[in-house]
Ligand binder design. Sequence first.
Ligand SMILES: Nc1ncnc2c1ncn2[C@@H]1O[C@H](COP(=O)(O)OP(=O)(O)O)[C@@H](O)[C@H]1O
Ligand SMILES: O=P(O)(O)OC[C@H]1O[C@](O)(COP(=O)(O)O)[C@@H](O)[C@@H]1O
Length: 307
Amino acid sequence: MIYTCTLNPSVDYVVEAQQIELGKLNRATKTAYFPGGKGINVSRVLKRLHVHNVALGFIGGFTGQFIADELKREHILTDFIAVPGQTRLNIKLKGEKETEINGAGPIISDEHKEALIAKIKQLKKGDILVLAGSLPPSVDDTFYVTMIEEAKKRRVSVVVDTSGNALKQAIAYEPFLLKPNQTELGELFGTHIHSRHQIIEYGKKLIDNGVQHVIVSLAGDGAILFHKDVILIAQAPKGIVKNSVGAGDSMVAGFLAAYVNEASLEEAFRYSVAAGSATAFSEDLCTEEEVHRLLGEVNITRMEDRV
Ligand SMILES: Nc1ncnc2c1ncn2[C@@H]1O[C@H](COP(=O)(O)OP(=O)(O)O)[C@@H](O)[C@H]1O
Ligand SMILES: O=P(O)(O)OC[C@H]1O[C@](O)(COP(=O)(O)O)[C@@H](O)[C@@H]1O
């Protein structure tokens, strides 16, 4: 079974306006609410690709209830821990440019943290645990390490899609998959990445450190996959971007969906990039139909001689 874990879910409130001027009254032309947070997005895309999974994490208040209701409506299994306070509301402003304001999230007590660890202790050999997104301010960034340690004791494969220190600490545990974007990859090594050459250099370092698969996502420029001695470079399909929120999460889901269906590495990567782009070209997350439509448009080349 695949378990996703979102410590800090969100209701993503997407607001479109012709132009947005700070300090003035702006009128929206369109608004929408989506259940969000990185693990929850992974769960929603997996389900659309017919892969059963369970969404774990903390939810609270009317925003948390909205997430629980929406996932139920989509027939996604959940095992959330209800906490006092409100799940955050993340604002995604779409004017001439995309601007995001992500909330901080509620306070999580030690008792609730322990309740989540108890759920991780129930996982079994062969399960996959996806740890995705930021941590609420009251949760120390070593909490992911605690969860990874419990998962690894049980031979559960761990996927990590977060940033900052939490991501840095995860590397020592040789996760199954990391999906940093270019900025996050640079942060991991305390640098800014400006070239393809640097992406290759730092991607290889992650593999040399024991990470099993690394996908560095490059938004409209596609992605690069690293695994053992293999480096695959994908060009993303071209299209009109409607809402790129969740594109990275869709990549993780696409890769896992193909992996559990025993696809080859290249096919799993193709599926991953198609899912990311299908989400970027959709208002909500991708549909299976759109992912399949884009598969043939993902151009993958192999970088020879990984030395
Ligand atoms: N403008 C775009 N055109 C085509 N595909 C895109 C675009 N933006 C994102 N994608 C797809 O989504 C994937 C993840 O996007 P990215 O923005 O790098 O992730 P994140 O949201 O994690 O930063 C990309 O690798 C690509 O496949
Ligand atoms: O946990 P964080 O880092 O604040 O990110 C949460 C946000 O990320 C998202 O999961 C989208 O992530 P991506 O665009 O990176 O795929 C939104 O649904 C949510 O608002």
